[in-house]
Every structure is written in C-alpha cells, then in structure tokens.
Design a protein around this ligand. Structure first.
Ligand code: 4GX
Length: 249
C-alpha cells in the first residue's frame, strides 16, 4: 500500500514513520508513505496557504488553488492512475474497523489531505476529494493526527505487517468483540491474583475462558456491539452460551 500525505507540518510525521510497527512496515517495503509539504505548491512570495473567509466571521480558510494543484500533482503508480483521495475532517464518515478494512481492501494508493485553520475552501471537496473521514466527534487543530491514526490502522491490514500469526488467528476468532483480560508476572499484586485457569496449563480451557471473557467484556463495556447481527453470527458456541447466561442469569 502507498500513502501520500499533504500537510503544512510534514515534520510531525517523522518520528511516527520511523517507530514501531509502522516504522518496520515502511522499512520492509510493505508500506510506502510520502509526506509532501503543501507550501511547495504555493506560487506567491510568502508561500501562503490561507486567507480570510468570504462573508466575514472569524478565522482563516485554506485556499483552494494550492490544494487543487498539490492533489492533482500526486499521481499514482505506473502507468499513472488516480489515487483515492481522503480528506480528514470532523464532517467525515466516522472511522471504525469496517471502514478501515474497506479502505484497505478497495484502495492500494491513497492521498491524505490534512487541513488546518477553520477549514478548507469547499471547492477542494468538490473537485479533488473522494471521501471524507473523521476519527471521532471532537475538534482537533489539524488533520495530521487523524491521518496518523488512519495510517496506523491501515498498516495493520496490510498482509505481513502484523507479525504473530497465532495472535492474528485468535484475534479474528473473537473478531468484533472486545479483547479478554491479559496478565503477566507477577502472579499476585496487592491481593489481586491472576485467574487460576491461566496458570493451569490446560490450553483448551484457557481458550474457552478467553472466549467467555471477551463476551463478558463486550456485554459490560460496549453492549451496543452485541446488537450487530454480523457480530452475533460470528460468535462461537462457547460465546453463545455465555451470552445466554448473561441475558438471563
Ligand atoms: N477527525 N480536524 C481538520 C481542519 C479542517 C476542517 C474542515 C478540513 C475541513 C478531525 C477529526 C478534526 C479539525 C481536522 C479541523 N480541515 N479530523 N481540521 N475529529 O477535528 O478528522
């Protein structure tokens, strides 16, 4: 997967792209990320990217021409094709697991537009944006952190990026539910002991316990997830029984 980013703060991406899972994916060539400085596409002496809003009111608006030039200059692949263009904005489709998987499977080449200020001239949306994505209902100062959230989530969907085949298998086994609790040494902290089953060495019993715990965690913390028929259909027999117990104890 190849991702190009447009931003006035390219330096924000440097440590992110060098570190951890994303850093390794880039190093291994599984993921290509190119960060472009929007100001490189300005044509005036001051390299300005914003102006006062028509109609007045506070704040500044990012100019359309510089965005349009920049986005159109970023072709994809060989022969040049059109990458899928995503604007990060609070007005977008809320990012969730289904949206991440959809973007990852449908598009190999992306351009991410990171805006700042009060917003971007509407003509940018109209002319060079395919999709708007929001990472949640709160207001940030720019699209850079949302772009990094999207890049990290997408990278995990690229084959070979998430290493451990066993944990991936078990992940999809419980897919759509919250995770079960995890423990590591020591076995007891201030009277809080690790559940006995995890010390039993009985791997089948441990797996059944984890399946039940995933259902319980979802029931207690995110019951809305259990309203989705797709998720219910994916439950194992062990999980179905646990859900029955929770519904009528
Ligand atoms: N999930 N922001 C973008 C500037 C802006 C406004 C409108 C384009 C159009 C956000 C979020 C978010 C703040 C990023 C406003 N750019 N983006 N920025 N929440 O709050 O994605």
């Amino acid at each position: 997967m190849r991702i190009q980013v447009l931003t006035i703060f390219p330096e924000l991406f440097e440590p992110f792209l060098r570190t951890s899972l994303v850093g390794r994916a880039v190093e291994q060539g599984l993921l290509a990320v190119e960060v472009h400085d929007l100001r490189e596409y300005t044509e005036d002496r001051h390299r300005s990217v914003d102006d006062e809003p028509y109609g007045g009111g506070g704040g500044m608006v990012m100019n359309a021409p510089v965005w349009i030039r920049a986005v159109r200059s970023l072709a994809a692949g060989e022969p040049p094709a059109r990458p899928w263009r995503i604007l990060l904005s609070p007005q977008g489709r809320r990012l969730d697991d289904a949206a991440v998987r959809q973007i990852a499977t449908e598009h190999d080449e992306l351009v991410l537009l990171c805006g700042r200020y009060e917003g971007i001239d509407e003509r940018v949306r109209e002319l060079v944006v395919d999709e708007e994505v929001s990472i949640g209902d709160y207001v940030l100062s720019g699209g850079e952190l949302p772009a990094m959230v999207l890049i990290e989530a997408l990278s995990r969907q690229v084959p070979g990026v998430v290493g451990l085949p066993k944990s991936v298998r078990e992940d999809s086994f419980r897919s759509g539910l919250l995770d079960h609790p995890h423990y590591t040494r020591p076995a007891e902290i201030e009277g809080h002991a690790v559940p006995d089953v995890l010390l039993s060495g009985d791997h089948a019993a441990i797996e059944r316990w984890r399946e039940r715990q995933a259902v319980r965690a979802t029931w207690e913390k995110r019951p809305d997830l259990l309203d989705d028929p797709e998720r219910l259909a994916a439950l194992t027999e062990e999980q179905r029984r646990e859900l029955e117990r929770l519904r009528r104890p």
